[in-house]
Design a protein around this ligand. Structure first.
Ligand SMILES: [Zn+2]
Ligand SMILES: [Zn+2]
Length: 113
């Protein structure tokens, strides 16, 4: 008799564990999905940027980084990507830019004297 009760209780506990019914669980799921490279239909950052930039602490924040959720100013962010400079280092962005734009100077040598 006791064994049956244990099994039933275990199943109930398992079933409850499987259902993410709180916002915290949903947030965790979204983070996991983003980390796995899945596309989330609605962006998690719907709030507006406010207060000072979290990186330079000087200028006013204009953007919330979609990755780290920090408020950052225009100078410390890449508005087109929605990322701050810490999440997208300038070298990486430069690489993307170079890959995207045509290279008219290719093969041309500039005289420097
Ligand atoms: Zn800043
Ligand atoms: Zn960031």
């Amino acid at each position: 008799m006791g064994d049956v009760d244990l099994l039933r209780d275990g199943l109930i506990a398992f079933a409850e564990d499987e259902a993410p019914d709180s916002n915290a669980d949903l947030d965790a799921w979204v983070e996991e999905a983003v980390a796995a490279g899945k596309e989330i239909p609605e962006p998690k950052t719907s709030r507006a940027a406010s207060g000072p930039c979290r990186l330079c602490r000087e200028r006013a924040a204009v953007l919330v980084c979609v990755q780290c959720q920090r408020d950052v100013c225009r100078e410390d962010s890449w508005p087109m990507m929605g990322l701050c400079r810490e999440c997208a280092p300038p070298e990486a962005v430069e690489e993307i830019r170079n890959a995207a734009k045509p290279r008219p100077e290719l093969g041309i040598k500039w005289v420097e004297d």
